[in-house]
Design a protein around this ligand. Structure first.
Ligand SMILES: Cc1cc2nc3c(=O)[nH]c(=O)nc-3n(C[C@H](O)[C@H](O)[C@H](O)COP(=O)(O)O)c2cc1C
Length: 170
């Protein structure tokens, strides 16, 4: 890899992020990818985005299926982060929720069910913009999984939500 790319990656690793798994169902098979390029893009309408490599099989599946869930992981879901980042040798017995063509990871800190709004080429990646159809999550944020300088870490959030976040249509 070019020196400049390595330096870029090293410096960007100083931007600590949460960790999410994006899941979709394609031809009856669950496909997933671990991402940390996730960001909220709009509140009206509710839009989120992430970037997916042009080589990603999950990216292709999302373009085909037109729908996906974004699962924000807790510290207890580190094995899911590793599995969906390519460690397919790991135990893959995750508890899934499934409804209306969406599949998600149970016990996540947040789940956003999205329809593909648009995808845009971006060099060796593609920007995926999703319209949030509905969402769910526990009343209180669980200890969360973070990623920093190529390592996973845990963070106990002090935030307590004032009103429960339940699945509600937008
Ligand atoms: C913490 C972390 C964050 C990642 N973020 C992204 C990302 O935002 N976009 C991406 O394309 N790959 C990202 N990856 C790499 C993919 O998870 C990995 O290449 C995966 O194996 C792709 O799976 P697929 O080809 O089956 O879709 C990340 C990996 C890790 C460990």
């Amino acid at each position: 890899m070019k020196e400049q790319v390595l330096f870029y990656r090293r410096l960007f690793g100083r931007f600590a992020t949460g960790v999410a798994v994006v899941l979709t169902e394609d031809d009856g098979e669950i496909r997933g990818i671990t991402v940390n390029s996730l960001t909220s893009a709009s509140l009206d309408p509710l839009l989120l985005l992430f970037c997916v490599s042009n080589n990603s099989r999950t990216g292709e599946a999302i373009l085909r299926s037109g729908r996906f869930t974004v699962n924000i992981l807790t510290a207890d879901q580190e094995n899911a982060a590793r599995y969906f980042a390519g460690r397919k040798d790991m135990n893959d017995e995750f508890a899934y929720g499934q409804e209306e063509g969406f599949v998600w990871l149970a016990q996540s800190n947040a789940v956003f069910r999205c329809q593909l709004e648009v995808s845009h080429p971006s060099g060796d990646h593609r920007i995926i913009l999703g319209r949030v159809k509905n969402m769910l999550g526990p009343d209180e944020c669980q200890r969360l999984l973070v990623y920093h300088e190529g390592h996973y870490a845990n963070l106990q959030s002090k935030t307590i939500t004032e009103s429960p976040i339940e699945a509600r249509p937008t």
